[in-house]
Write a protein that binds this ligand. Structure first.
Ligand code: 3NM
Length: 216
C-alpha cells in the first residue's frame, strides 16, 4: 500500500453533509485534493440497505474519475461487490485476518485501534494501516471514546508500531499538521470537510497544510 494515499483521508456518509447532496460534497472534496475516501453510512439517519448500495456505487464512480482510492467502512460484502480498493473495520468487527481471507488480495485493510495491544493485534492480523482515535473530542461519532491525543500516536511509534497510521477524530486545519508531526502518515476526518461552507476550499487548505509538513 502507498502510504501517501493516507495523507488527506476523507470519510463521509449521507448523514454527515448537513443535508447537502453527498455526491456533490465528495466531488468538491476530490477537487480540493483529498487522497483517499471512505464511504461510512452509519449512525443516526443512515440510509436503508438498498439506498446505501445505490449511493455507494455513485461515490465509487466519483472516486474512480479522480483516481482516488475508495474504501468501504465495515461492510465487507459491499467492499467486495463494489470492487472497492479497501475495507476499514473496527474492534467490534471480524478480525482483519478473517476479513483478509474473504477479500481479494489487492484490497487494503484498515483497522481502528486505540491501544498498543489493539495495534499489535491488528498488525499480527495483517492490517495494512491503522486508524488511531479519537485524537480530539468529536461530535460526529455518537459512541466515540475518550480522546487519546497526540500522545496516543507517539506511544504507538515508541512501542515499535511501524504500520502506516492515520489519526481520526476532531481533526481540522488547525491541528492536522500536529498529527503527522506526532508520527502519523495522514489524517482522516469527516466534518472538517463534509460540513464546511465550501468543502473544496476546506480540502485544499488541509492539503496545503499537510503538504508543508515533513512526516516520518
Ligand atoms: N471514528 P470528525 S472518531 C468515524 O475514534 C470516527 O475511531 C473515530 O469525525 C474513532 O472528523 C470518528 O468529524 C469521527 O471528528 C470523526
Amino acid at each position: 500500500m502507498e502510504k501517501q494515499m493516507l495523507k488527506l483521508y476523507f470519510i463521509m456518509g449521507s448523514n454527515n453533509t448537513g443535508g447537502r447532496e453527498p455526491e456533490q460534497v465528495l466531488q468538491e472534496a476530490l477537487q480540493g485534493g483529498i487522497t483517499c475516501f471512505q464511504f461510512r453510512e452509519k449512525g443516526k439517519g443512515a440510509l436503508p440497505e438498498e439506498e446505501k448500495w445505490k449511493l455507494g456505487r455513485k461515490l465509487k464512480a466519483k472516486c474512480a474519475e479522480f483516481h482516488v482510492p475508495f474504501i468501504v467502512n465495515d461492510d465487507v460484502d459491499m467492499a467486495i461487490r463494489l470492487e472497492a480498493d479497501g475495507i476499514h473495520i473496527g474492534q467490534e468487527d471480524d478480525p482483519a485476518s478473517k476479513v483478509k481471507e474473504r477479500c481479494p488480495s489487492r484490497m487494503v485493510i484498515g483497522v481502528s485501534v486505540r491501544t498498543i495491544e489493539e495495534a499489535h493485534q491488528a498488525a499480527a492480523d495483517g492490517a495494512d494501516y491503522l486508524g488511531v482515535g479519537p485524537m480530539f473530542a468529536t461530535d460526529t461519532k455518537e459512541d466515540a471514546k475518550a480522546p487519546v491525543g497526540l500522545e496516543g500516536i507517539r506511544r504507538l511509534r515508541a512501542e515499535g508500531i511501524t504500520l502506516p497510521i492515520v489519526g481520526i477524530g476532531g481533526i481540522d486545519v488547525s491541528n492536522a499538521a500536529e498529527i503527522v508531526e506526532a508520527g502519523a502518515d495522514g489524517v482522516s476526518l469527516i466534518s472538517a470537510i463534509s460540513l464546511a461552507d465550501a468543502p473544496e476550499e476546506a480540502a485544499r487548505n488541509l492539503r496545503s497544510r499537510l503538504d508543508g509538513v515533513s512526516g516520518r
